[in-house]
Design a protein around this ligand. Structure first.
Ligand code: ZN
Length: 183
C-alpha cells in the first residue's frame, strides 16, 4: 500500500509575520524542515497532496466568518505557499504525484474528494505536515482516523500558535488517534 504526505495550510496567511491569521514564529521555524521532508517523501515515490484553505471573500454563511478574521481568500497571495515549500511546488506541480486540493474547512476531507483520490492511488497511510497542529492538522487526522487510514505526523514539520496547543494536539494524535509521531 502507498503513502501520501498531506501538506496542510503552509501558506502566507498562516505563516508570515503579516499573514492574516498567522501562527508566526513557530510556523516560520519549520519552513526548511517541511520543504525538506516533502522533497524526501516525493523522492521516495510518496504522493504529495497540498490541502489548502480557500475562502470566498465575505462569505457570510461560513462558520469561520464568526471566529476568525478573513484569511486565505481565493485569488489572493495569502494562499501562496510560504518559504522553500513554494519552490518545491513550483518545481513539481506538473508531476501527477503532486496534487493541489482546495478545502473550505479545517479538515482536508471535509467537502473534498480527498478520500476518493487517496483510494484511487491505493493509499492507506497519511503523513501529516503543516499548520496548525491543533486545528487543521488535528481535524484532518480525526477524519483520517474515522476513515481507517494509518496516520503519521512529522513533529518537526507541524506547528501551532503556541507550545501548549501544539503539545496537546501531538498527545491527542498519538494517544487517541493512534498516530505515529516521527521526529
Ligand atoms: Zn479557514
Amino acid at each position: 500500500m502507498a503513502k501520501a504526505l498531506i501538506s496542510i495550510d503552509y501558506t502566507y496567511d498562516f505563516v508570515a509575520d503579516d499573514g492574516k491569521l498567522t501562527a508566526g514564529k513557530p510556523a516560520q521555524a519549520i519552513s526548511e524542515r517541511i520543504a525538506q521532508m516533502t522533497q524526501a517523501a516525493y523522492d521516495k515515490g510518496d504522493y504529495i497532496f497540498f490541502a489548502i484553505d480557500g475562502h470566498d471573500e465575505g462569505d457570510v454563511f461560513h462558520p469561520e466568518t464568526k471566529l476568525f478574521p478573513p484569511h486565505n481568500i481565493k485569488g489572493t497571495s495569502g494562499r501562496d505557499l510560504y518559504g522553500p515549500l513554494a519552490d518545491f511546488y513550483q518545481e513539481h506541480k506538473t508531476n501527477q504525484n503532486v496534487f493541489w486540493l482546495d478545502k473550505r474547512h479545517y479538515s482536508a476531507f471535509s467537502g473534498t474528494d480527498l478520500d476518493i483520490r487517496l483510494r484511487e492511488r491505493g493509499v492507506n497511510t497519511l503523513v501529516l505536515t503543516g499548520v496548525l497542529t491543533d486545528i487543521c492538522v488535528l481535524h484532518t487526522a480525526i477524519d483520517a482516523y474515522n476513515l481507517g487510514y494509518q496516520i503519521e505526523v512529522i513533529e518537526s514539520a507541524v506547528a501551532s500558535l503556541n507550545q501548549e496547543n501544539h503539545q496537546f494536539a501531538l498527545n491527542h494524535l498519538q494517544n487517541v488517534l493512534g498516530a505515529t509521531i516521527i521526529e
